[in-house]
Design a protein around this ligand. Structure first.
Ligand code: ADP
Ligand code: MG
Length: 370
């Protein structure tokens, strides 16, 4: 039987970090790296998942679609979670084999998990002849990651993977899911994504801690009459933060409020084609994540602070939840090779780690390949 190829990109967030669970604005792009999925219908009434980056594979009969997370299924839980959820919703499912082939690093903060979920959902809907609404696809896949996999991520990752548009950045309101595609024209500059290759070991506990601190700050501001019920932390005014007695919680809040403002300024800068201002906002975002939100670390700080001081770089910051994962930089095209070598050498000298650098572009979201 013939095969059909689909693709879902990874994503990187340009600005608006640790904002999605605080009801504010983020600005991700879908990347030119991602997961290709080869679909093949079969007539033996079975479903199988395989991946070129993992040895283990799973096969079961169409009547035996798993209904919950199984630790023995490892990575297959991601596509199984999507399959199980759509099956429960009544989507007709017939036998098929699905093979994933990826050039997206896994577990590095470029949302390979969202890519594998969204491409699976897209394929199942497409094969069933259903109309596909990308924002709905994103919400479905976020639910799978929250409830089936058990990772309490916000909506940004799945939304960017499903709704990306070539040469555009997505300005997304994480609260209302209103989105605007902003032209992302880099002119004579390029976006470099720098993988620190530092395992994100601290991230789970710190993420939960920051979420708790944000909730505490919101309650204090509501109790003090500075915010109304139903408002979000990003709605607070910087000059009202004095009512938060705890200095740590106060600076966490200052990050959230100032970062949301930076996203608005960054939107204006992109619309005016002012990349220098955009770059300065990236630098300020990093400073705030380092000093106020404290989710950076020696590896990301070394990458970003080194990058900011190399000729031709007009802005750099950590991206994603932090403590590892990736940084991004805007670099003059003619300076990329010097930038990459200088950065990699310095990073290795400080951390003994070898970073990876990818030249990235904003691309379309999940799609059928020709
Ligand atoms: P991130 O989303 O930042 O890449 P996660 O830890 O959320 O990191 O998701 C990574 C997991 O997603 C992998 O450990 C694996 O289980 C699954 N995954 C991602 N891409 C693939 C792939 N191409 N093949 C198989 N599993 C994948
Ligand atoms: Mg993920």
């Amino acid at each position: 039987m013939s095969t059909i190829d689909y693709f879902a990109p990874g994503r990187v967030n340009l600005i608006g970090e640790h904002i999605d669970y605080n009801g504010g604005l983020v600005m991700p792009i879908a990347l030119n790296m991602g997961i290709k999925a080869r679909y093949k219908k079969n007539d033996n009434n079975t479903i199988s998942f395989a991946s070129s980056t993992h040895k283990d594979l799973v096969e079961f009969a169409v009547e035996d679609i798993p209904t919950k997370y199984e630790s023995t299924s490892n990575w297959c839980n991601y596509p199984i979670g999507v399959l199980s959820t759509l099956h429960k919703q009544g989507l007709p499912i017939n036998g098929f084999d699905l093979h994933f082939d990826s050039n997206l690093p896994e577990g590095s903060g470029l949302s390979s998990s969202a890519a594998i979920e969204v491409v699976t959902a897209y394929i199942l809907m497409h094969q069933a002849g259903r109309e596909i609404n990308p924002p709905d696809l994103a919400v479905l896949c976020q639910k799978v990651e929250n409830n089936f996999i058990g990772v309490k991520c916000g909506i940004m990752d799945q939304f960017a993977v499903a709704n990306g548009k070539k040469d555009h950045a997505i300005l997304l309101n994480c609260n209302t899911l209103d989105c605007e595609q902003i032209p992302f024209d880099l002119d004579t500059y390029s976006l470099l994504v720098i993988n620190s290759k530092k395992p994100r070991s601290l991230i789970k506990s710190a993420y939960n801690e920051r979420k708790a601190e944000s909730e505490a700050a919101l309650k204090i501001l509501i109790d003090a009459g500075k915010l109304r019920d139903g408002q979000y932390l990003v709605d607070a005014e910087i000059e009202d933060l004095g009512v938060i007695a705890d200095a740590i919680v106060r600076k966490r809040t200052r990050h959230v409020v100032s970062e949301n403002i930076r996203v608005k300024h960054a939107t204006r800068a992109l619309k005016m084609g002012d990349l220098y201002t955009f770059g300065r906002l990236m630098n300020a975002s990093h400073q705030s994540l380092k000093d106020d939100y404290e989710v950076s670390g020696i590896e990301l700080d070394t990458l970003v602070e080194t990058a900011q001081n190399i000729d031709g770089c007009i802005g750099a910051r950590m991206t994603g939840a932090g403590f590892g994962g990736c940084a991004i930089a805007l670099v003059k095209n003619t300076g990329i090779s010097n930038f990459s070598k200088t950065l990699a050498d310095r990073y290795h000298a400080v951390t003994k780690l070898h970073c990876e650098i990818y030249e990235c572009k904003a691309e379309d979201g999940v799609r059928l390949l020709d």
